[in-house]
Write a protein that binds this ligand. Structure first.
Ligand SMILES: [Fe+2]
Length: 296
């Protein structure tokens, strides 16, 4: 799979960044990074300096999402492609770029209402990555941080932004009736071997949170189970227990963060190759499982 870009990081804005620390650290098994110069808390899931940036503010939602290009040429191409479809792209700002720990940054507003940062040169951490809670480590090499899923009323514009602007490709899509008269439509997009780095759900109206969930993938199936046990031992909602998705084959579960959006912990997602020709509709979310387990 031609790999030019990957999800580098996700920014989350909540009133009290420390309120998410037990969740990200003890339940999900991320490892605290160095706070940024402007006081945001950061979390790692590999050798990079930071993959989650938790800032203080009222949004209670995703605040920005970073896409890292593999080199300067891919950075320039991506910015040019966004501009060619009429997207306003602003150049980096040295103070902010330092808080992102990247060498180059350009920013554009995605139609789903979250700023997208095209970056290159995300810094390495000064210490090796190891997580006692996730001994197998997270799968990020050549695939990026994980995946992010947004719900939006600006569905078609958002799909065009991903494909024609950022250069992602659609992997497949899901169309089904959740309940009589309640349709679900989700499109899944890849930009490297990961089956989807971004998915978009068509929202019937503006939802309180744009970020539905973020996913981190671990290298051992048992680490998913151990994370499930840790989540189960909390009183956090578990919107979906263990199961395997139909389209990406991911064995996973979902736990709601204290801020509302969910985190999916998974293993064994399908890998997209250059010969991917399975772009088709699915009509069920999961092969089995993912039952609603504990509501908020
Ligand atoms: Fe997911």
């Amino acid at each position: 799979m031609k790999h030019r870009i990957e999800v580098a990081y996700l920014g989350i804005e909540v009133p009290d960044p420390h309120s998410l620390s037990p969740f990200f650290g003890d339940v999900i098994g991320l490892v605290a990074g160095e706070p940024t110069a402007d006081g945001a808390l950061t979390w790692r899931n590999d050798g990079k300096a930071q993959r989650l940036v938790v800032t203080a503010g009222p949004a209670n939602d995703a605040a920005f999402v970073g896409f890292e290009t593999i080199d300067d040429a891919a950075f320039d191409e991506t910015v040019a492609r966004l501009r060619a479809i009429g997207v306003e792209v602003a150049d980096g700002d040295p103070a902010r770029d330092a808080t992102r720990r990247v060498r180059r940054l350009a920013t554009a507003m995605a139609p789903w209402g979250v700023p997208v940062e095209v970056v290159t040169g995300l810094a390495e951490a000064t210490t090796p990555f190891t997580s006692a809670a996730m001994p197998s480590g997270f799968l990020t090499e050549g695939m990026g941080f994980g995946h992010v899923v947004f719900a939006t009323t600006a569905f078609d514009e958002s799909c065009a932004f991903l494909i024609d602007g950022l250069g992602l490709a659609m992997s497949d899509w899901l169309e089904m009736e959740l309940a009589p008269g309640l349709a679900l439509e989700v499109r899944f997009f890849h930009c490297n071997g990961r089956h989807h780095s971004v998915a978009l759900a068509r929202a019937p109206f503006e939802l309180p949170q744009k970020l539905h969930h973020l996913m981190v993938e671990v290298n051992d199936r048992d680490d998913v189970g151990a994370a499930f046990d840790r989540a189960f031992a909390t009183d956090l909602p578990i919107p979906n227990g263990l199961g395997t998705h139909d389209n990406d084959g991911m064995f996973s579960f979902y736990v709601s963060s204290p801020a509302g959006f969910a985190v999916e912990v998974g293993h064994g997602g399908r890998v997209v190759g250059d010969d991917w020709d399975d772009v088709r509709q699915y009509d069920r979310i999961s092969k089995w499982g993912h039952q609603p387990l504990r509501q908020g």
